[in-house]
Design a protein around this ligand. Structure first.
Ligand code: ADP
Ligand code: MG
Length: 682
């Protein structure tokens, strides 16, 4: 079998957008706001910024393009740099959280929506830009939705447009799917430019592996692997794209696909990833960029490519040559869980519109096939018609603080494209008040202004600032960095189904905790950071201790950046300074309590703990914690996050003393949320 791969597909001059180059440039010139829509893969993201650059828009400033996903920002920038024949980071660059690859010369800048939001904080007229393109708006990420509202607020109304700018900002909003009327109406009925699509028919079939009763099953990993192998064995040439939920599931699926090969451990080395005529490529957010690049390369002659990806491949990235889709029917999504009152990353059925997007990936250049592993009943009963925008299902704490710092006091009547429920806004205000980021009247405090500078969860930021005030940031900064990367500990039992290896890894991981002298998961993370950093051969140290070297390497870089942010803030006057006259060995945990008093639990009976917030949820310690099975010795604990299955598990746990949180806990209950929003209601 050979995979034919057409040259045209890889040539930007054959993309649908090309025929509309002049009209598009003209449309941007004549209107301050423009909505552009077109089928995924038509060339919007990679081509439009180049057209605008060529047409001279770069003379007055940069062209900025936002992406909801960091991987998309990075790989697209790589591609455009290549097409424009320049070095990445020069004329074309990217910026994502903790990774800035731009320079003085950068004209076309790809970035995450979160990065542009931060830029508005320091430069609200976006004076560096001549054009801002909000891309992938149909994804409706929280930050993109906030940007839409902010840009509408700042730039509509003629007087403000030119303030601090030499020429008015051009705003382009790009979306792969409909909803263009709504977007156009949002920006005072601005013009809509539609790039005529070409999509070949995709024949979709339903399977029988997942039905309405399987919403929590994880059997879908095995099933998608089976279907992919069936396609490989029986279908004509053409590459396969498998949609799965997240890194762990993708790695497990790749392991299953690899099973026939002699144990290839691609977590340590990238070796040959071909088995039996099939080239297996994982694709997920936290993957290293050199490996991401491989996704776009055509496979060697006679080899079929099989990409196992998260939703990122649905619209953000287009992989050429795909003819077959395997759709698991699930996605990993951050949702506010009202049972525990926290945001939780959970696996949920995708929406029907999402399923259509996934299928469409097989029909870009010829007719394709989509194999859904779920049945029709699952489609009808479990899959909602549309995906709910993130702003209506996640915590708003961080963005509300950003809005407040930008002088948007009335956060209830902010121009949202779709309004979040008022109780979510009130909940965010309450949290900000608990962290001392806003006062009783809803106004940002000095501490709040410091907090907004950190691209971290507010509770972690609060703990870091406390530590800095006490002069022990060397303990908290590495911890904050470690909590910002995923999957530090390798769990071979989960991935390779190798119980003996898992036992070895478990022993190594608990030894690391024991070394710190105090058994807790925060201290264990800190100790991994410190031990590895001081090791002569850090990557070998990681391998020996079953630690992800790549994850740790990014933690090192994040720590440096957090340190820089802190130093900058400390140089300003009125940075808080406090003294501490307690036991020094408690210092670390007491700093943590300042931020994590919202996540306190107390053991009630046996292994069951009860959270101290208004939800009073019953929780268990997760088996991955170094405190698992030692519950009997514990009383009060704080935790970093929770995992909800049939039970609610707390992960990354640390024992504390009641006295440390005694004065903070009342804050969880005393607040009158309506008073906090009083500014909004005046
Ligand atoms: P749209 O934004 O309309 O969905 P894109 O501009 O992302 O379309 O994609 C246009 C083309 O560029 C596609 O054929 C895609 O495969 C290709 N492409 C995008 N990024 C890369 C990359 N990093 N390497 C190779 N090809 C790429
Ligand atoms: Mg795009």
């Amino acid at each position: 079998k050979s995979t034919r791969w057409s040259v045209e597909e890889n040539n930007p001059e054959h993309l649908p957008i090309c025929q509309h180059k002049d009209e598009l440039v003209q449309a941007v010139k004549t209107s301050p706001f423009l909505v552009v829509t077109g089928e995924t893969g038509s060339g919007k993201t990679t081509q439009l910024p180049q057209y605008l650059c060529e047409a001279g828009f770069c003379k007055d400033g940069k062209i900025g393009i936002t992406q909801p996903r960091r991987v998309a920002a990075i790989t697209v920038a790589q591609r455009v740099a290549q097409e424009m024949q320049c070095t990445l980071g020069k004329e074309v660059g990217y910026q994502v959280r903790f990774d800035d690859c731009t320079s003085q010369d950068t004209l076309v800048k790809y970035m995450t929506d979160g990065c542009l939001l931060r830029e508005i904080l320091s430069d609200s007229s976006l004076s560096q830009y001549s054009v801002v393109i909000l891309d992938e708006v149909h994804e409706r990420s929280l930050n993109t939705d906030i940007l839409l509202g902010l840009i509408k607020k700042i730039f509509s109304g003629s007087s403000k447009i030119t303030r601090g700018r030499s020429s008015p900002l051009k705003v382009v909003v790009m979306s792969a799917t409909l909803e263009t009327d709504k977007l156009s109406a949002f920006f005072s009925d601005c013009p809509v430019f539609t790039i005529p699509g070409r999509l070949f028919p995709v024949c979709c079939s339903f399977g029988s592996a997942v039905g309405p009763k399987d919403t929590e099953s994880i059997g879908y990993v095995k099933e998608v692997v089976k279907v992919a192998l069936d396609i490989h064995g029986s279908e004509p040439a053409g590459d396969i794209l498998v949609f799965l939920t997240g890194q762990t599931e993708i790695e497990r699926a790749c392991d299953l696909l690899f099973e026939k090969a002699e144990c290839i451990d691609y977590r340590f080395d990238v070796q040959d990833q071909t088995v039996d005529g099939i080239l297996i490529l994982p694709l997920y957010g936290s993957m290293p960029t050199d490996q991401q690049r491989q996704i776009f390369q055509p496979p060697p002659p006679g080899i079929r490519k099989c990409v196992v990806a998260t939703n990122i491949a649905a619209t953000s990235l287009t992989i050429n040559g795909i003819k077959y889709i395997v759709d698991s029917g699930f996605v990993k999504q951050l949702n506010h869980n009202s049972r525990v009152g926290m945001d939780i990353l959970e696996v949920v059925p995708i929406s029907q519109s999402e399923a259509q997007q996934r299928a469409g990936r097989a029909g870009r250049t010829s007719i394709g096939k989509c194999f859904r592993i779920y049945n029709k009943e699952f489609w009808e009963k479990c899959m909602p018609e549309y995906t709910i925008p993130e702003i209506q299902r996640t915590s708003l704490t961080a963005v509300i603080l950003t809005l407040k710092c930008l002088g948007v006091h009335d956060v209830i009547r902010f121009p949202y494209l779709d309004c979040p429920e008022e109780r979510f806004i009130l909940e965010a205000l309450k949290q900000l008040y608990q962290y001392d980021a806003i006062d009783r009247r809803g106004k940002v405090t000095h501490l709040g202004e410091l907090m907004v500078e950190f691209p971290l969860h507010p509770s972690l930021t609060r703990a870091v600032l406390k530590a800095a005030a006490l002069g022990c940031q060397d303990l908290l900064l590495p911890l904050a960095a470690m909590l910002s990367v995923e999957n530090i500990f390798i769990r071979p039992g989960l991935l390779f189904s190798q119980p003996e290896k898992q036992k070895e890894a478990d022993e190594k991981h608990s030894a690391l905790a024991a070394k710190t002298g105090s058994m807790n998961d925060f201290a264990r993370l800190l100790s991994v950071f410190q031990l590895c950093k001081s090791s002569d051969r850090p990557s070998a140290w990681c391998k020996e201790n079953w630690i992800h070297w790549r994850a740790l390497k990014s933690a090192f870089s994040i720590e440096t950046q957090l340190r820089e942010i802190l130093l900058r803030l400390q140089q300003k006057k009125d940075f808080p300074v406090e003294t501490f006259d307690g036991n020094k060995s408690e210092l670390f945990r007491r700093c943590l309590c300042t931020g994590y008093f919202t996540n306190v639990a107390r053991r009630s009976i046996g292994k069951v703990f009860c959270t101290m917030d208004s939800h009073g949820s019953m929780v268990h310690i997760h088996p991955s914690s170094s405190l698992f099975d030692q519950e009997a010795e514990l009383n009060w604990v704080i935790f970093h996050d929770v995992l909800v299955t049939s039970r609610v598990y707390i992960r990354t746990v640390c024992p504390i003393r009641y006295e440390w949180v005694k004065d903070l806990l009342p804050k969880l209950h005393e607040v009158d949320v309506y008073e906090l929003s009083s500014v909004a209601r005046e």
